[in-house]
Ligand binder design. Structure first.
Ligand code: TYM
Length: 333
């Protein structure tokens, strides 16, 4: 029984990294015989300062983006994390078998907490435990994510193994990370050593799924590069982070390899490559944006899908939570 679980936070809008590193792979995997569960992780989104009035609309927007990108709500479960109580409840149980030292080593925590880790919230610190609970509440076997989530998944595997050992059961499966495609780590357009991220101050650092053709063209045009022409081989991208990133993005969007992109553009200047890249990005992304806008014109339809998804998710997670509590020895009638 193969079951996929993955999710995205409803913070701002999705960007090209979220799309190429995760969402697009979910779409490709949905017909491969897995059961598919795609969550909008709103409980995770409140671990950083957020706008109260934007949380529910952003949750609908992420659901709309999933569907607009090609996730079929009739084949996949789509729902908000907060609508299934089992996530929070299982998180508490799992927190008792997670070492603080391991959480302290999480690079995302270190990045987000900044210099003043003493003042970081417990929720931000415990973020990976909730993530483990998300996955284990469904006994998910496969988790398609971008490269940056690998460390969190290792922790989830660790927690699953600790539970099984401590209680002498083979209860939780070890969730397998699926880090797929050419663009597992899309970098900032302004700095090839930094991840493309929702929290970057400069909007020129990322392409948002909601950008129109003009915005995409401007951002690609302004993207940082070096003065050399594109290399002929993938090896030639070494030490050229920005060039590597743009070629990677092109390859992923065109569903080909970096080698194939360089076979076409090797030796050419960025002035020739960039317009081709922005045309490709526009062709691939703007249909998603317009489908998303169509969907968002009918928020009650999205709510209906989310409600149905939450009901189905509850049907799976609630018995697993109950069994977990039984294994742990809790009182029950
Ligand atoms: P979030 O919302 O930060 O990211 C959502 C997905 O997008 C991927 N991603 C990227 N991939 C490539 N290049 C990038 N620059 C880039 N930026 C983001 C992320 O790897 C992720 O797959 N903690 C998770 C959400 C989550 C989750 C889960 C995922 C909560 N519970 C359980 C899987 C299973 C996160 O990073 O969300």
């Amino acid at each position: 029984n193969k079951r996929i679980f993955s999710g995205m936070q409803p913070t701002n809008r999705l960007h090209l990294g979220n799309y190429l590193g995760a969402l697009r792979n979910w779409v490709k995997l949905q017909d491969d015989g897995y059961e598919n569960i795609f969550c909008v992780v709103d409980l995770h989104a409140i671990t950083m300062p957020y706008e109260v009035d934007r949380l529910a609309p952003a949750t609908r927007e992420i659901a709309a983006a999933y569907i607009a990108a090609g996730i079929d709500p009739d084949k996949c479960i789509i729902y908000p994390q907060s609508a299934v109580a089992a996530h929070s409840q299982l998180m508490w149980l799992l927190s008792t078998m997670t070492q603080m030292g391991k959480l302290e080593r999480m690079t995302q925590f270190k990045d987000k907490a900044g210099k003043n880790a003493e003042r970081a919230g417990l929720g931000l610190f415990a973020y990976p435990v909730l993530m483990a609970a998300d996955i284990l509440a469904y006994k998910a076997t496969h988790v398609p994510v971008g490269e940056d989530q690998k460390q969190h998944l290792e922790l989830a595997r660790d927690v699953a193994a600790t539970f099984n050992t401590r209680y002498g059961v083979e209860f939780f499966p070890q969730p397998e990370p699926m880090i797929l495609g050419e663009a597992t780590r899309v970098m900032s357009l302004r700095d090839g050593t930094k991840k493309m991220s929702k929290s970057d101050e400069s909007d020129y650092s990322r392409i948002n799924l909601t950008d129109d053709a003009d915005a995409i063209a401007t951002k690609v045009k302004k993207a940082k590069t070096d003065p050399e022409p594109l290399p002929e081989t993938v090896d030639g991208l070494k030490g050229r982070a920005e060039a590597d990133n743009l070629v990677t993005i092109y390859a992923a969007l065109a569903d080909t390899t970096k080698a194939a992109v360089l076979a076409e553009f090797g030796g050419k200047q960025f002035s020739a490559f960039k317009p081709a890249l922005s045309d490709l990005a526009v062709a691939k992304l703007t249909p998603i944006t317009s489908r998303m806008n169509d969907l968002l014109a009918h928020p009650d339809e999205i709510d209906r899908i989310l409600k149905r998804g939450a009901d189905k998710a509850n049907t799976i997670a609630t018995p697993i939570l109950k069994e977990t509590a039984e294994i742990m020895g809790f009182w029950r009638t």
